[in-house]
Write a protein that binds this ligand. Structure first.
Ligand code: LER
Ligand code: MN
Length: 271
């Protein structure tokens, strides 16, 4: 049996993104730690918001699985592909600041929504080029901190830039930096990939982080995805990282966290 470590994404209560546990941090950590979670994925705006977190994590026996960053796009419009150079520079700067924090908590940094969307009238080729150049800078800055970057294909309703695993692999090729990996998310793959398991195998050893949510973005077990076969495909790639639940927390944190853990444990028992 292979046991993947499990975490859940936690964001500050003011976050404008729905698929996360929006909780005062210590509440969430208490619940996750008491259920036997291994880690927490922290959703970051300014890294200063987590000053002193190392001691708190040690108290709860939790690691940081990854640092998510999309709130910087949703709250401040920071985007690697923006036509506005100030927004692009701001995005690169913020991602490198978060990588500096990543060094302290030994976690990689996610680029999901911070790649941006095509803005009105913006040329796709130009936007893609901005994104690739920005990612190069971010990877180089993060490498100085020994930190990996996880680039996430997102479904077509969230961005027009990089929706599929195949497009994500092309980004890795175009950026050509060895600390850049893919973050695969079962919610997005359920919308974009013909066969989720085939796409996981295709990404192979380029998978750096993995988000789990069911077909409806609720806790794994509350929709119709087959986590037994998804985790079997992930195991075949040699992936040894986290399964991180990025879910709409319903009906409440305790239930969603427990259903997630039970579904994943049951699937892992069959590996
Ligand atoms: C982020 O990990 C994600 O999956 C997106 O839907 C929004 O950032
Ligand atoms: Mn995700």
């Amino acid at each position: 049996m292979l046991k993947f470590k499990v975490s859940m994404v936690v964001a500050p209560p003011k976050a404008v993104f729905e698929a996360v546990a929006k909780q005062p941090l210590e509440n969430a950590l208490k619940v996750l730690s008491s259920m036997g979670y291994d880690g927490v994925e922290l959703s970051v705006l300014e890294p200063e918001m987590y000053r002193g977190i190392e001691r708190i994590l040690t108290n709860y026996g939790l690691e940081v699985s990854a640092l998510s960053t999309g709130l910087n796009y949703l709250h401040y419009g920071l985007s690697l592909s923006s036509p506005d150079p100030v927004k692009r520079k701001g995005a690169v700067k913020r991602l490198i600041e978060i990588a500096e924090f990543g060094e302290k908590v030994e976690a990689g940094v996610i680029v999901g929504l911070m790649r941006g969307k095509l803005e009105k009238g913006q040329n796709r080729v130009e936007a893609y080029e901005h994104m690739i150049n920005g990612l190069k800078e971010v990877c180089r800055g993060a490498r100085e901190h020994g930190v990996d970057i996880f680039f996430e294909p997102l479904n077509r309703y969230e961005t027009q830039l990089v929706n599929t695993v195949a497009e994500g692999l092309k980004v890795l090729e175009d950026v050509n930096e060895d600390n850049l990996f893919l973050l695969l998310d079962t919610f997005h793959m359920n919308i974009e990939e013909p066969v989720i398991e085939d796409s996981i195998r295709q990404a192979s050893d380029r998978i750096g982080h993995f988000h789990v949510a069911d077909s409806n973005r609720l806790a794994p077990g509350m929709g119709h995805l087959d986590f037994t076969s998804i985790l079997a495909a992930l195991k075949d790639t040699g992936y040894k990282g986290y399964l991180s639940a990025e879910i709409i927390v319903k009906p409440d944190l305790e239930t969603a966290a427990m259903v997630t853990l039970n579904t994943l444990k049951k699937a892992m028992e069959l590996l």
